[in-house]
Structures are given as structure tokens and as C-alpha cells.
Ligand binder design. Structure first.
Ligand code: SF4
Length: 382
């Protein structure tokens, strides 16, 4: 069995009571069966409290004021301190570690929804790298696992990450190249021409972001609409389809996006504001790269289960673009000031709404695949 993880993975340790927004509030924490059995058998003075604050039917911890019943006033976990760390359930023990499973490989990452993980990840200036190690464990086989497709996806992801991390190219072009490659790879899979993947990659490597590619971009890019309308349309399409996990999320978006679209009601004004934001907060360029890497590393190879290659790249681009909109809006709302902590806060809140809900993740991918707003030609406008 191989394990892959980002090089910074082991830097994480929970900052507990110093956390600006603990993960033990705002969502229902489900308990795995093994932990439930441990809780049922637990003996000692903490037993009554433990038993009373578990919803045995729902298999979750009870909540009071949307906080886990075991989260005390100091924002520390009473199960951890009263019963011991070995009594934490699977979710609490693993979070914010996220695992994607494939035949013979597990890929670990840290979820952007944890403020500390987001801080570690976004504060990196160097290119994110990954390590793979061998672990001796019994060989697992997955029924119907398409190993050929998986190998092609892994190779393709390496190539896509090399595009995203090529700092000699402006980010806007890296993003477009990413979309174009994913579009072509998707076409080859849809036509059952997997054998063409190598050729597609070679072709894209050869054309790079030179004149031929730029001329094609011009031809492909949608006409009759503009970037400002495209950004607005993305929010209008995505948000009504998502379940809300935290009260106040829609109000927050309404207020902050109003500022953005009142100030930037034309393409020219939007472009000026984005440039102004970049001048005031130049770190965004590297952080945009890190965010694209995050979404691609975490979700791209999952296409082995559903064949949604292009949707996964579109999702990476859209999520990063939505975070960017919120960052520019925050900059405008805060008298043209923006800090690293503002970005961390936007990222973990956005990620919690999206990534803590399978329903939202699935809906997002469906929109990327089916909704007109996310046509490849439209996304080239961003
Ligand atoms: S969100 Fe992250 S840092 Fe905060 S309490 Fe949870 S694991 Fe710890």
C-alpha cells in the first residue's frame, strides 16, 4: 500500500482553545460504529454525561446552540480531557485530515475547512510538493477499479500540477491552459480513446502558452457576455443549489457580494478593482496557485470513479475564483485593506460550506458538468 501526502502534512497540530472557529461547532458530528461500541462500554464517573449527550438513534453527539455537547467553555473537548484521547471518535481523531482511497493507494491531505490547516497551507511561499511512502499492509482489491484510467489520471494530474506551478507563466494563462487540457482529456475519455492521452499531453506540452495556443483561446472564448456578468452568474447559479450548514452564510454572502457588484458593475471596473487588490495584496498570486493545487490534488483522481475529469478541474477553478471574489469584496468593504487572516477566514468558511456536505460537493460537480454557466467557453472569460 502506498501513502501520498503533501510535504507539510506533518506540520499540523490542533491549536484547540486558540482556534478562531472550532470544528466542534456548527455541524453535526457523526459517530462511527466502533466508537459507539466503546462509548456504550465506557465505565467511570464520566459515563452518565457521555451517555446522555450522545444521540444514539442519530449516531451523533448532541448539540447545544449548534456546539457539540462536549465542547466546554474553554473550547476544549471534555471527552478528550475526561475520558482520554483514545476515546475520540473517528471523525474527531482524524479531522482535519482528509483521505481519498484508491486501489493500493491512500492520498492524505489537510482540509481547508480547518483554520490552522488553512494557515499552514496558505502561508507557504514555495511550490507544494508531495511525498509517497510504502506501507506494509494487506493488499486491498477494489471491485471494478479501472487501473488503466487511474494511471492515466495520475499522470495527467502530475502534468496539470506542473502547469499550475509554472511561475514563469501568468496565472490567468495557467488557469486557461488547465481548462483546455481537462476539456481535451474529457473528450478523449468520452470517445473511449484513452490511448490518446499521451498524445494530448504531448500536444499541450508542445503548444505551451505560445501563439498557437493564444490564437485558439481567442477562438474558443465565449462572445456576447463579459467577465463581470460571468462572475455574477456563477454565484447566482451555485448558491441556491447548496444546503446551508451554518446559519448566517447567505446573509454574509449577500452583504459582501453587494459591495463587490455595486463597486464593480462593469467589466472595466471589475478588472481595475482586481488589479488594485493584487497591488495591495500581492501574495494572492501564490495563494491562488496553492488553492488550485489543493482542489486538484484532493479531488482530481476521484474521476476514476465517475469519469468527471473536466468537472473536477472546473470545480478547482470556480472554487478559487469564488474565494477570490470574496477576497476582493472584503478588501473593498474594509476600506481597501486586506490581511492574510482575512484570506484564511474566507477559505475555511467557504470550504466548510462546500466540503462538509457530500450533498453540496455532488451538486457542485453536477453543476460543473451540466449547467450552461460552466461551459468551457464561458470559464475562459474569468
Ligand atoms: S478547526 Fe482545526 S485547529 Fe480548530 S479545533 Fe478543529 S482541528 Fe483544531
Amino acid at each position: 500500500m502506498q501513502i501520498t501526502f503533501p510535504a507539510f502534512y506533518k506540520e499540523f497540530s490542533c491549536i484547540a482553545d486558540a482556534c478562531p472557529d472550532t470544528c466542534c461547532a456548527g455541524w453535526q458530528i457523526m459517530i462511527d460504529d466502533k466508537s459507539l461500541r466503546k462509548y456504550r462500554r465506557f465505565k467511570g464517573p464520566f459515563r452518565n454525561r457521555l451517555h446522555n449527550d450522545i444521540d444514539w438513534e442519530e449516531k451523533s453527539f448532541r448539540q447545544y446552540d449548534r456546539r457539540c455537547a462536549f465542547l466546554n467553555e474553554d473550547n476544549l473537548c471534555d471527552i478528550y480531557s475526561e475520558a482520554g484521547p483514545e476515546m475520540l471518535c473517528d471523525t474527531c481523531r482524524k479531522y482535519p485530515r482528509h483521505i481519498e482511497e484508491f486501489e493500493g493507494l491512500r492520498e492524505y491531505s489537510l482540509s481547508l475547512s480547518c483554520p490552522e490547516a488553512a494557515r499552514i497551507f496558505l502561508s507557504r511561499k514555495d511550490r507544494t510538493t508531495f511525498r509517497t511512502i510504502e506501507k506494509s499492509s494487506p493488499k486491498e482489491t477494489y471491485e471494478d477499479f479501472d487501473y488503466l484510467l487511474f494511471t492515466a489520471l495520475m499522470d495527467t494530474r502530475d502534468y496539470l500540477l506542473s502547469i499550475v506551478q509554472d511561475r514563469t507563466i501568468p496565472l490567468e494563462l495557467r488557469r486557461k491552459k488547465l481548462l483546455a487540457c481537462a476539456h481535451d482529456f474529457q473528450l478523449s475519455l468520452d470517445k473511449n480513446e484513452l490511448y490518446q492521452w499521451e498524445d494530448i499531453r504531448r500536444r499541450h506540452q508542445k503548444s505551451g502558452v505560445g501563439e498557437t495556443f493564444l490564437a485558439k483561446l481567442k477562438k474558443w472564448t465565449a462572445s456576447g457576455t463579459d467577465s463581470a456578468s460571468c462572475h455574477k452568474q456563477i454565484w447566482k447559479t451555485v448558491i441556491p443549489e447548496m444546503e446551508v450548514l451554518r446559519a448566517g452564510w447567505h446573509e454574509y454572502l449577500d452583504n459582501i457580494l453587494k459591495v463587490l457588484y455595486k463597486t464593480c458593475d462593469t467589466e472595466t471596473k471589475l478588472s481595475e478593482c482586481c488589479q488594485e487588490f493584487l497591488n495591495a495584496y500581492p501574495d494572492w498570486e501564490i495563494q491562488e496557485e496553492q488553492l488550485l493545487v489543493y482542489w486538484i490534488y484532493t479531488y482530481f483522481c476521484g474521476a476514476v470513479y465517475d469519469g468527471q475529469i473536466s468537472a473536477k478541474i472546473k470545480m478547482a477553478v470556480i472554487c478559487t475564483s469564488m474565494i477570490h471574489d470574496l477576497a476582493v469584496a472584503t478588501y473593498l468593504a474594509n476600506d481597501r485593506r486586506f490581511t492574510f487572516n482575512d484570506l484564511v477566514s474566507i477559505c475555511y468558511r467557504f470550504s466548510r460550506e462546500l466540503e462538509h456536505s457530500d450533498l453540496n460537493l455532488n451538486e457542485m460537480e453536477k453543476l460543473m458538468d451540466e449547467d450552461e454557466t460552466f461551459r468551457f467557453e464561458n470559464l475562459l472569460l474569468l
